[in-house]
Ligand binder design. Structure first.
Ligand code: FE2
Ligand code: FE2
Length: 199
């Protein structure tokens, strides 16, 4: 890396370690390798997991593009165009996904089997942390796009500065998603299979 690393603007608390063992009772019965072949693992659940893969992919694309811009492997126009395209998709789709989980899916799971309520609370709290990071990312992305558009004098230094912050946010988004999505799948897919819900 050729750029000077920005000091983190704000510390992001990333939950360490997977969900506790007591929340993994059904995972022992339905381990990940057995999901695909199970008759209760239906298309709706597959689509939900495909959305998770899309978030993993989008977050790594946004982080990688930012690194490439800072390493001077991408022009400011190319970076701005990609940031606007992939960044807005990542944020928009994630907000929609979280709202649906918080207000519809998690309550349905809780009504089906309340033994896992503590796990669902932890996952909801992850959404709160993620939303906060996404808001910071969005503010800085808007600022960067404005700077590129206006090109006021000395704008290039400012651009490096904001891109450094965007790298910090996108790294955190990627790490938070990595932890959250894997735990969410490990907790929820076994409940869906065991109780034969969602299709
Ligand atoms: Fe989630
Ligand atoms: Fe999810």
């Amino acid at each position: 890396m050729t750029y000077k690393k920005e000091r983190p603007v704000k510390h992001v608390e990333i939950r360490k370690g997977p969900l506790s063992d007591e929340l993994r009772i059904l995972l022992d019965q339905y381990p990940r390798e057995a999901w695909e072949g199970h008759p209760n693992f239906k298309d709706l659940t597959r689509q939900w997991m495909r959305a998770h893969d899309m978030f993993r992919h989008l977050s790594s694309t946004v982080r990688r593009n930012t690194e490439q811009f800072l390493d001077r492997a991408k022009s400011e126009d190319d970076y701005a165009r990609r940031l606007s395209h992939y960044g807005s998709r990542l944020v928009g789709y994630l907000h929609g996904h979280h709202s649906w989980e918080d207000y519809e899916f998690f309550p349905e799971l809780s009504r089906t089997d309340s033994r896992f309520d503590r796990g669902l609370e932890i996952l909801e709290q992850d959404h709160v942390v993620l939303d906060d990071v996404l808001n910071n990312f969005t503010d800085d992305a808007h600022e960067l796009l404005q700077i590129v558009q206006q090109q006021n004098s000395g704008y290039r230094d400012k651009l490096q500065d904001i891109a450094g912050k965007l790298l910090y946010w996108s790294n955190n988004i990627e790490m938070l998603l990595d932890r959250h999505l894997a735990d969410e799948e490990d907790l929820i897919v076994p409940i869906v299979i065991h109780h034969k819900i969602r299709g």
